[in-house]
Design a protein around this ligand. Structure first.
Ligand SMILES: Cc1cc2nc3c(=O)[nH]c(=O)nc-3n(C[C@H](O)[C@H](O)[C@H](O)COP(=O)(O)OP(=O)(O)OC[C@H]3O[C@@H](n4cnc5c(N)ncnc54)[C@H](O)[C@@H]3O)c2cc1C
Length: 398
């Protein structure tokens, strides 16, 4: 790519990516009194907006695009936050402190925040067909919403949280939904087969067909997929397909920059090894002091917190230690939450009634709680988080 322009002599703070982490960083910078230039390179044509409703209320037709925005246009004008809509970061020269955009412009920066989020993993042979969808952006969600009009048949490949939420939202919108999952239970790799089985039952009770240990053998149809044939011979006729098989960091553009394109390694305050360069949200792999490793979190609460933390670190302000990570999911009207890390867990204790969609599953390691799944108990999270953190502190002090 050739450089056409170099904008400004000193360009203050530049944010690559215009999602949640970027938004929280901008808000924190202005609140903390930073009055220098802030420019946000937004890959999409939209000002920063909230993604979780895309697979929930938006998909079910209960929210419109304007209701997803974090802030109105006036806010960006008043706060003098310059949004470069539809521009993409293409190359970073961290030594010269220059960010090249794919349109040819080059932005110089004093400090840069990398917040380009995640992108969906693609299923070879399936991606790119006319009626195959993924769900990351508002544009994806708009396409999917049109495809799931009442009575249409939707095949959801992958029973991760996004796939399950799409199945629930599409069912609510009147579609007939089949989930195709290669593992023996949804989320088996994170929660184990017993708890994963609870998710399969939830969907079946709500009218979703759930096919487990189901591997795709071939697709039928031309430009669009008309049916999915499984290795065991079963055939799923469909009008549309959604692939939800996980994400990867949207950091391929960092190749050659010296930063890891497999998720930017940062400390607890979002600092990278490159001077003046910070990273936050799904694009980053922060150091987790509890586990002693770098981990991508891929969740809303972490992206919001990391965006704010990186902004404070940019200004040389202290940054609080991060709490145990948590996320939520809404499926068929049931609030599901997860807190902590189940790595190394050797037991599960169930409290409550899974059949009534009201229980807590606590993961334990040597008898101590390390993570928990809450179903239908939205108010129990803070106390549970404190309990996990207290046990962790005891363990590290011992
Ligand atoms: C459908 C859906 C439902 C979700 N539901 C939940 C939930 O229920 N609970 C939960 O905890 N989390 C949920 N999440 C995850 C949560 O939304 C993300 O963790 C969060 O949005 C991450 O914020 P981010 O700022 O790191 O990235 P993003 O919000 O993805 O923002 C990154 C932005 O950068 C842009 N970008 C990418 N590459 C470039 C580039 N080269 N140059 C410029 N811009 C670029 C992207 O287009 C995007 O606009 C959901 C995510 C999705 C997609």
């Amino acid at each position: 790519m050739t450089s056409r322009t170099t904008t400004g002599s000193t360009d203050g703070i530049v944010v690559a990516g215009g999602g949640l982490a970027a938004q929280r960083a901008c808000e924190t910078l202005r609140r903390a009194g930073h009055d220098g230039p802030i420019r946000v390179v937004c890959g999409e044509q939209h000002a920063p907006y909230d993604r979780p409703p895309l697979s929930k209320e938006f998909l079910a037709g209960e929210l419109g695009p304007d209701e997803l925005r974090y802030r109105p246009d006036d806010w960006y004008r008043e706060q003098e936050v310059d949004l470069l809509l539809g521009e993409r970061a293409a190359r970073l020269d961290a030594h010269a402190r220059r960010l090249a955009l794919d349109g040819g412009a080059v932005l110089r920066y004093d400090r840069l925040l990398i917040a380009t989020g995640s992108e969906p993993r693609r299923l070879p042979g399936v991606a790119g067909r006319d009626n195959v969808h993924e769900l990351r952006t508002l544009a994806d969600a708009q396409g999917l919403r049109e495809a799931i009009a009442a009575g249409r048949r939707l095949a959801v490949v992958g029973a991760g949280f996004i796939g399950q939420e799409v199945a629930a939202g599409a069912t609510r919108a009147g579609a007939r939904v089949t989930i195709v999952e290669a593992a023996a239970a949804p989320l088996a790799a994170i929660l184990g087969e017993e708890l994963g089985g609870w998710f399969a039952r939830l969907h079946r009770e709500e009218g979703v067909e759930v096919l487990l240990s189901a591997r795709i053998a071939r697709l039928h149809g031309g430009r669009g997929v008309e049916a999915i044939e499984l290795e065991d011979g079963r055939r799923i006729d469909c009008d549309a397909v959604v692939v939800g098989i996980g994400t990867q960091p949207a950091t391929g553009w960092l190749a050659g920059s010296g930063l890891d394109p497999a998720g930017v390694l940062v400390d607890g305050a979002g600092r990278t090894v490159a001077p003046g360069v910070f990273a936050a949200g799904d694009a980053s792999r922060p150091f987790d002091a509890r586990l002693g490793v770098h981990l991508r979190t891929e969740h809303w609460e972490a992206a919001a917190r990391q965006g704010a933390a990186a902004a404070r670190a940019m200004l040389g302000l202290p940054v609080a230690a991060s709490p145990a990570p948590s996320f939520w999911s809404d499926q068929h009207g049931v609030r599901i939450q997860y807190v902590g890390h189940a790595h190394g867990a050797d037991g599960i204790e169930i409290d409550g009634d899974p059949g009534a969609r009201d229980f807590t599953a606590t993961f334990t390691a040597s008898g101590r709680p390390v993570a928990a799944l809450l179903v239908g108990r939205p108010h129990a999270l803070p106390a549970l988080r404190r309990r996990l953190e207290a046990h962790h502190d005891e363990r590290t002090a011992a």
